[in-house]
Design a protein around this ligand. Structure first.
Ligand code: ADE
Ligand code: ZN
Length: 337
């Protein structure tokens, strides 16, 4: 391993953009399918992986939603999250915020209660047994109606203590942030923190980012790379100190390059850019691989890696005392090198 590879492998990490359903590896799909009496249309995990082929957001989302059919019981959701959190521990992820898509399950007859109880139990076990901290962010699927999102928000309220915030994901085309203004206003009133996907190079990307800032008043933006296209947007994001959760390998699938130049520019502009993994089972890379891919595409120094992780811990949805403890771990890592 080169110096920077070793540095990346060992650095304490904070993952802020990770769809838990996007961590469902083919091997686990086969295991869950067998347990649930389902047959998958592939000979084995390798054949399934070989059939993954996406070139933009809709083509990825089709495969992503199809894959979830094997998730049926509370134990399935536990196993999914436990597998990810174990992997996270091995990569020195100290804290992770996990997106989950309840409507991708309730829309096929799996109850909200089943989903969240399985995920919650894995989060508790990871804290106790792996020394990895995690919190859940509930995402609404933006290609469903605002009414369905509102119903899902109301359904989540009895479990409010288990959910730190809400997000918005799925197909952005024709589904702008303002479509969900009332839902996010209610979510804020209920005490949830707010984030939204502004995927790379979508139709009306900059207008969607503007709506996130001016209409929704988000606490964070997922991706948000196109904020660099408009100085008014990136200046405002920097002024507010908002975090941007960028996912290089995922960007590579959706737009053809890793967005590495954008990450360099954001670092240079002092924006709180972070590096994350999005859907690692589909894009073939967890957070370490994303940092490595970045370091292969551009020259990044250990100081840049530290800055990316510092940014992530600073914008994490944690109390200051915990942020400080993680930032101290980062400082100790730097000192020890
Ligand atoms: N859901 C899961 N991954 C996503 C992504 N990269 N963009 C939008 N919605 C998603
Ligand atoms: Zn995402």
């Amino acid at each position: 391993m080169t110096g920077i590879e070793e540095f990346i492998a060992g650095v304490p990490k904070c993952e802020l953009h990770l769809h838990i359903e996007g961590t469902l590896e083919p091997e686990l799909k086969f295991e869950l399918a067998a347990r649930n009496g389902l047959t998958l249309p592939y000979a084995d995990a390798a054949a399934m992986r070989a059939a993954y082929e996406f070139h933009d957001l809709p083509s990825f989302l089709r495969v992503y939603y199809e894959g979830m059919a094997v998730l049926l019981t509370e134990q399935d959701f536990y196993d999914l999250a436990w597998a990810y959190l174990s992997k996270a521990q091995a990569q020195h992820v100290r804290y992770a915020e996990l997106f989950f898509d309840p409507q991708a399950h309730t829309s096929r007859g799996v109850s909200f209660d089943t989903v969240i109880r399985g995920l919650r139990r894995a989060v508790l076990d990871a804290r106790r047994l792996l020394d990895v901290r995690a919190q859940l962010i509930m995402c609404f699927l933006r290609d469903f109606s605002a009414e369905y999102a509102m119903a899902t928000l109301l359904e989540s309220l009895p479990y409010k203590e288990w959910i730190v915030g809400v997000g918005l994901d799925s197909d952005e085309h024709g589904n702008p942030p303002v479509k969900f203004a009332a839902v996010f206003e209610r979510a804020r009133a209920e005490g949830y923190l707010l984030t939204m996907h502004c995927d790379v190079d979508q139709e009306n990307s900059t207008e969607h980012i503007r709506q996130c800032l001016e209409v929704i008043d988000v606490d964070r933006i997922d991706h948000g790379v196109n904020s660099l296209d408009d100085p008014a947007l990136h200046t405002e994001i920097a002024r507010r100190g908002l975090g941007l959760t960028v996912c290089p390998i995922s960007n590579g699938y959706v737009r053809g390059d890793l967005g590495h130049e954008a990450i360099r520019r954001m670092l240079d502009l002092g924006m709180r850019v972070t590096v994350n993994s999005d859907d690692p089972a589909y894009f073939n890379g967890y957070v370490t691989e994303n940092l490595l891919a970045l370091s292969e595409a551009i020259t990044i120094s250990p100081q840049d890696v530290l800055q990316l992780e510092r940014n992530a811990f600073e914008v994490a949805w944690l109390p200051n005392s915990l942020k400080d403890a993680y930032l101290a771990e980062l400082a100790a890592y730097e000192q020890a090198r």
